[in-house]
Design a binder for this molecule. Structure first.
Ligand code: SF4
Length: 292
């Protein structure tokens, strides 16, 4: 399936700032390599389809204590390596919240909800805030987590209204976590520090995840720069993801042995990490540690 090129204004700015740096460009620009068929690269490498809840296709469950909700079906960019590039995402607005609540009631071991997509914050605030608040109201949930790439792709999402909403939701006594997807130091620019400061002030825990990508960040020096910048801005290292073997992304693949040795080199060369990110491989049965 052809994935239309989509590059947000923020990323166009990053492309200008970083000139010809292939590491950032390669993530968002179409490459004819995507058309080549490669053994082992499939349309749903992490098994989202089989992990979706019958009758509630906006939900994914791979772990007993966690539930993933597709809050939105669109993103400000089309990452060429996206593991959901062939998936038909059914957003939460197409499921009745009463049915979701009934599912949560019937599964008391679920303690955490992860809002993902697509990108949750690419949806206008007014279109998701009431729904998200329904989850904050559920006493049984301890943590609400947001997975987003908008810190580098769509900074317009970070408004006074967003900060004040999170401040208001603090009253529900839950832990709110934001996990930012950032792969290359060129994606980061100074004004993001203020956004992160406001989010922290609003009581949110900030974490960083990245995907190890051939020709983007498979280089110790780039990893050092990326983690130095994210940590300086107060985002804790969380996950380094091995590439999900999705059809059309084989040219981003770093073999597992090479990935492990690269990440080991990075850890050795950069002993300043506040927390060690977990290098993980996702699969239909969940994440497996490659290095921790
Ligand atoms: S932001 Fe995430 S979900 Fe959206 S295209 Fe990129 S990798 Fe896929």
């Amino acid at each position: 399936m052809f994935l239309k090129e989509k590059i947000s204004r923020d990323i166009q700015g990053a492309l200008k700032r970083c000139g010809e740096n292939p590491g950032i460009r390669r993530q968002f620009e179409y490459d004819p390599e995507e058309e080549k068929i490669q053994d082992g690269f499939t349309e749903d490498p992490v098994g989202d389809a089989s992990a979706s809840i019958p009758g509630l296709p906006c939900l994914i469950r791979k772990y007993p204590d966690r539930l993933l909700v597709y809050l939105h079906d669109d993103c400000p960019v089309s990452c060429r390596f996206c593991f959901r590039r062939h998936i038909n995402i059914i957003p939460a607005r197409q499921c009745a919240f009463t049915d979701i609540r009934a599912y949560l009631d019937a599964n008391p071991e679920i303690r955490e909800v992860i809002f993902s997509g697509g990108d949750p914050f690419y949806l206008p605030l007014a279109d998701w805030s009431s729904l998200a608040e329904e989850y904050y109201r559920l006493e049984k949930l301890q943590t609400i987590r947001f997975h987003t790439r908008t810190l580098t792709t769509f900074t317009r999402a970070y408004t006074e209204d967003l900060y004040s909403l999170f401040r208001k939701w603090n009253a529900y006594g839950k832990e709110t976590v934001m996990v930012f997807h950032i792969n290359h130091p060129c994606e980061i620019r100074e004004p993001m520090a203020e956004i992160l400061h406001r989010l922290r002030e609003s009581g949110i825990l900030l974490k960083h995840q990245m995907v190890l990508l051939r020709g983007v960040n498979d280089d110790v020096k780039i990893l050092q720069k990326l983690f130095r910048k994210t940590e300086e801005m107060g985002i804790s290292p969380y996950y380094i993801h091995h590439l999900d073997a999705v059809k059309g992304a084989h040219h981003f693949h770093v073999p597992t042995d090479e990935g492990i040795s690269l990440i080991q080199d990075f850890f050795r060369s950069y002993p300043f990490l506040l927390a060690k990110p977990r290098y993980v491989q996702d699969s239909p049965s969940g994440k497996h540690n490659l290095l921790w």
